[in-house]
Design a protein around this ligand. Structure first.
Ligand SMILES: [Fe+2]
Ligand SMILES: [Fe+2]
Length: 393
């Protein structure tokens, strides 16, 4: 156990090896942690568990450090198996322990475990005195599941926020002031872009609601990654910034897929046009770039230019899948344009342009396309296309 603050302890698992999460959907280059917490007061409270592959190690740790018979209650902030997965194994050993969760959490726990446990439903503002500290519950519906909630430990002033404010990051230290800040923020924004972005408007409202509660917050302890104890509000402020519909950083992204480099050559010429008008850009070939990293870059981009050569009257699959993913993650409201080469029919760039519009991007320019390898003259037209796009920003 590692003391977080005033008898609040971390009893989680560090998963150094994890490289894919949510099945294989999300890349986790720096591993992850499953953070579970113990509060030792007159009552001993366990908050969340860990992913089921680690259930034995987790329960052994609890037995050694706390004693299972000493656990008076369990709070389940969120029932996704990376946090509640070990609950079944733990409850086999302490089956009568009361569980506290949100109303949606009750359904979720029953749906996952099919057991008749002692489940107590709590809602926003409900509190539970456990001795010197009091637990206050705040529902965090769709941050990022219907059942999500946070538990505020009033007294210790620790927010146990579950997935919110987390990162898939497993450094040697558990605390934000002891890790590389660039790595930390890279993982925090990647988490936001890939998991939380669909719920952006709700997040903005929820943060305003939490701010209005005027809680004294000394520590924010999420269920993945490091614990925010140095200026914890910094991550709340970042979430607020990221949740604005017009959030972006100061660069454009050109993303393309290519068969024989004609579309790639067009991409480079368009980037030159952007640069001529003082717009920095990053170029990515979507077929060889990690999808989760690419989504993070598209989330941060202030504009997106997307290209593919035409194949079978459409686009290469990495571009069509990316457009689908962007729609599902509600990546929208950015200036965008399309381009590409073709061999005979040339529908690809038009498909991209239409799909970008359907996704809610702002598309003003007609897509640019050329047959076969672009000539010097055509590459100049691509440069001009980039310049024109830059002027519109
Ligand atoms: Fe989750
Ligand atoms: Fe999680």
């Amino acid at each position: 156990m590692i003391e977080v603050k005033n008898n609040v302890y971390w009893v989680g698992i560090k998963d150094w090896d994890l490289r894919r999460f949510h099945g294989h959907e999300l890349s986790t280059h720096r591993g992850s942690t499953y953070n579970s917490y113990i509060i030792k007061d007159e009552k001993t409270v366990l908050v969340d568990t860990v992913w089921n592959p680690y259930k034995e190690e987790f329960v052994e740790n609890l037995e050694r450090e706390v004693g299972l018979e000493n656990i008076d209650m369990i709070i389940i902030n969120h029932c996704e198996p990376d946090h509640a997965g070990s609950l079944g194994y733990l409850m086999e050993k302490i089956p009568n322990t009361p569980i506290y969760c949100s109303k949606n959490g009750e359904q979720s726990i029953k749906g996952h475990f099919h057991k008749d446990w002692n489940i107590n439903v709590v809602k926003t503002g409900d509190s539970l005195k456990i001795g010197e500290n009091e637990l206050v519950f705040v529902e965090m519906t769709m941050m990022h599941w219907p059942d999500s909630m946070l538990t505020y430990v009033k007294g210790a002033n620790v927010v146990l926020s579950n997935d919110a404010f987390g990162q898939h990051y497993s450094p040697s230290s558990l605390f934000n002031d002891q890790v590389d800040q660039c790595e930390l923020y890279q993982e925090a924004i990647k988490y936001f872009a890939n998991i939380l972005n669909p719920f952006r408007p709700l997040i903005k409202k929820k943060i305003e609601e939490i701010k209005a509660m005027n809680l004294d917050i000394d520590v924010i302890a999420p269920s993945h990654g490091v614990i925010w104890r140095d200026n914890p509000i910094q991550i709340v402020e970042k979430y607020y910034e990221w949740s604005q519909s017009d959030f972006s950083e100061d660069y454009a992204v050109i993303v393309y897929d290519t068969m024989y480099d004609a579309t790639k050559n067009m991409a480079q010429a368009i980037a030159e046009g952007l640069r001529n008008n003082n717009i920095n850009s990053k170029l990515y070939n979507s077929s060889v770039t990690d999808k989760s990293d690419l989504i993070t870059e598209l989330f941060k981009a202030k504009a997106i230019i997307m290209g593919s050569c035409t194949v079978n009257n459409g686009t290469l699959s990495s571009i069509s899948m990316l457009l689908e993913e962007m729609q599902l993650l509600k990546l929208k409201n950015k200036p965008a344009a399309a381009f590409g080469s073709f061999g005979w029919s040339g529908e690809g760039p038009g498909h991209i342009s239409e799909r970008l519009k359907k996704n809610g991007m702002k598309v003003d320019l007609e897509p640019i396309k050329f047959k076969y390898q672009p000539t010097e003259e055509q590459l100049k037209e691509c440069v001009e296309f980039g310049e024109k796009f830059a002027q519109s920003l």
